[in-house]
Design a protein around this ligand. Sequence first.
Ligand code: SF4
Length: 455
Amino acid sequence: MATFSIENFGCRATEADASEIRLQLAERGLVLLEDHARAEVVVLNTCTVTAAADSQAREAIRKIHRANPAARIIVTGCYAQRAPEELAALEGVEWVVGNSHRSAISRLACNLPSPLRESAADFVPLAELCDAPGSLARGPAKILTADIFAQTAVDFAAPDVATRASLDDRTRPILKIQDGCNNRCSYCVIPFVRGRSRSVAPDAVIKEVHRLAAAGAKEVVLSGINLGSYGRDLAPRATLAGIVRRMLDETSIDQIRFSSIEPQDVTEDFVSLAARSDRIAPHFHIPLQSGSDRILRAMRRWYRAEHYAERVLLIYRMLPHAAIGADVIAGFPGESPADFRATYEFIERLPFTYLHVFSFSARPGTAAEHLADAVRGAEIRERARALRLLARKKAEEFRSFQGGRSLRALTLNRRGNDWTEALTGNYLKLRIAGLHPANEWHQVRVTGDPETAIG
Ligand code: SF4
């Protein structure tokens, strides 16, 4: 039986893509292994959001090839879409497959011909093909991707939107209901590598949530590249709030959690929907990027710091115990010490409970690539470090604010000698006493200790 392994990088949307790839390969009869060193096919699903993400992917490819020179390496994801030649030049890589052609991976993994013309008629049982002599023969790496810089010609069509979440980690399957983005933030390469916004049809979403709930999932994490824009491309038009209401009314899923939502989509209606239902995790992740209006303008973000603050305070008023997180970029070109101070003080005064801090790195093809007035590397690192320290302080404050509360938590896969990790609706990771299977609800009391709770 042919074997494969998969390594994923990046955000929740790429995790959902990796789940879909995993399912497709398993459906073709390939057996999933954890260990890249033993797998015949290794798929790397890459991220390209920063230069660091690119270099992590390259390093992983080199490492896998060193440990397993016979492995057929297929590289896909956002980096593969952005710069396929760079990846094809790396030793050991057999295929570079852009997001635009992700659905072809399972055929390529099995050396099937005509990867783009898949139909029931030409389906061949894969165990035979993958075990066929010569299937490991390798020439130079091949590239299968659309040209991202000819955007209008790129078709990231519906099959590319993963609709099936994996139950491998049944505790919190990620359900990607939207892909792509119509915005053009000046620093961001994502619209180039994922195309325009498109959504999974509401009935397909509901069907998938039914399947996940029936299979035992307690929580689904709704994800997308621009989740708040869900449904705007559909006819009839749908909305994120609408699909969430249907999930609450029509399915038995215990808990729904949202990945990142842009600030303009965090409306009063939306927050009150979350406030009224104990089946919606009180957890909001809202990209901020900067607390300086001057920098927000240069980033081509469409809100100003005070608009953003209003949305955060709205959540805090309606759901004072909610987790509120943000992405922040340190060292965008032209970010002066005063701009940075504005960001720092803005974050300091708002009730954030955690932050994801990114050091700015210019992404090829973006408007910010050629901006003058770059911030020095050492200064970027220093600003990022200060923001991470602030984030830690905020997380500790939130933790102690939650001390003594009794919360429902879902057990995860991680455990020690006498504890099991669990996650609350408001995104606190706790260690509960005893060894428990994953995917169980426990009522826990939060302690002041950052690592523990009493089960
Ligand atoms: S909203 Fe802006 S940052 Fe987010 S994916 Fe779209 S372009 Fe990128």
